[in-house]
Design a protein around this ligand. Structure first.
Ligand code: ADP
Ligand code: F6P
Length: 369
């Protein structure tokens, strides 16, 4: 679908750069991820260069519902001056949210109508697979959309990297290096839990980069007794400060084991209904391996609220530029990704169908060296 120029500035027209659309909306959705602001800045700079107006939509798809008393709390013009000031801020200036209402077709129709009423010709959605699904629905309703994969999880099969992943890994690596220093000082093993939802990418890369001796991820079945045997083997060889990195959603892949009874029988009270977690796993390993202590650390939101690395900032720059170029050329329904270090685009539907490859060989290497 092509959009015809109504007010491209004379300077750009002279240079042969003509804006085919007038007004773009942009939103961030799902969990925040480092680099989202940098992507907004990039979109704003490119839009500005083409004479396209940019509208910031607040709190993900919530901003399209038009529920706030003050409309500016939902959608407001983003001028370049304001946007340049957010380049160095952490988190997402536009705010983000999860909006369950938006899953309903009638709500999506209402949102598409709201966009049309506001004269917004096209939308840039920065988020993960859920947010891309939402964008696909808007495309079906006639709103041209492109997506920038903003999530620390790196859980999208079509792209080598998602925006924020590199920063999250660097935060985890820094944390694990510090934890390993204290582990060494005290001869204590450590369990470190990282984020990633159903993808073990942050856990795997962190383990590789820090020399962690063990890793557990949501993609692979695992067994506490195998981990304990591995830890015992390391202790027997003199390594009393090994690190186990775990991906937060690994628990459903744990081989069945009455860990509550084990802990209760071994001097640590656990009440029925209490869940397994990193701290309890450290307690189990400590008891199974006869260690004096084993400690757990959950890294949490430091992964999401960090300053983006150069890799993520550069990805945001390229992705933002491509997003505006695509929309301005009338190319819609596209997910932007990175392959061999360069940005590219492909249809949302194809991108979301691509299965993620899990690197089993490296997983086995980490757990065996
Ligand atoms: P992410 O985008 O990081 O995967 P979520 O899965 O939480 O995060 O999705 C973010 C938002 O995208 C949801 O709160 C919802 O507004 C929208 N969304 C997710 N899945 C769909 C879907 N199938 N259809 C429409 N909108 C969706
Ligand atoms: O998608 C990013 C992420 O941080 C996941 O790694 C994690 O499972 C989830 O979001 C947690 O979301 P929240 O704490 O915002 O509910």
């Amino acid at each position: 679908m092509l959009y015809y120029c109504m007010r491209a500035p004379a300077r750009q027209a002279e240079q042969g750069v003509i804006a085919l659309i007038n007004r773009i909306g942009i939103l961030t959705s799902g969990g925040d991820s480092p680099g989202m602001n940098a992507a907004v800045v990039s979109v704003a700079r490119c839009a500005n260069a083409l004479g396209i107006q940019l509208m910031g939509i607040k709190r993900g798809y919530n901003g399209l519902l038009g529920l706030s008393e003050n409309p500016e709390d939902d959608i407001a013009a983003l001028d370049l001056e304001t946007v340049l000031d957010i380049a160095d801020q952490r988190g997402t200036f536009l705010r983000t949210a999860r909006c369950d209402e938006f899953r309903k077709p009638e709500v999506q129709r209402q949102c598409a109508d709201n966009l049309r009423k506001l004269g917004i010709d096209a939308l840039v959605v920065i988020g993960g697979d859920g947010s891309f699904n939402g964008a696909m629905h808007l495309c079906e309703l006639g709103i041209p959309c492109v997506g920038i994969p903003g999530t620390i999880d790196n859980d999208l099969g079509y792209t080598e990297r998602t925006l924020g992943f590199d920063t999250a890994v660097n935060v985890c690596v820094e944390a694990v290096r510090s934890i390993r220093a204290t582990s060494r000082s005290h001869d204590r093993p450590a369990v470190v839990q990282v984020m990633g939802r159903n993808a073990g990418d942050i856990a795997m890369k962190t383990a590789m980069a820090t020399g962690a001796e063990m890793v557990v991820v949501p993609e692979m079945d695992w067994d506490v007794d195998v981990l304990a045997a591995r830890l015992n083997g390391l202790i027997a060889k003199g390594n009393t400060r090994a690190t186990l990195v775990i991906g937060e959603h690994c628990w459903h892949k744990m081989k069945e084991f009455d860990w509550r009874k084990f802990l209760n029988d071994n001097g640590k009270t656990v009440y029925p209904g209490e869940p397994i977690n990193a701290e309890r796993l450290a307690s189990i390993l400590k008891r199974k391996c006869g260690m004096i202590e084993a400690r757990a650390t959950v890294i949490g939101y430091t992964q999401r609220g960090a300053q983006p690395t150069a890799e993520d900032s550069a990805f945001a720059f390229e992705a933002g530029h491509l997003a505006v170029q695509l929309l301005n050329r009338g190319i819609t329904n596209q997910a932007i990704g990175i392959r061999h270090g360069r940005v590219f685009n492909m249809p949302f539907a194809d991108a979301l169908l691509m299965k993620k490859h899990f690197d089993r060989e490296t997983y086995e290497l980490i757990n065996s060296l």
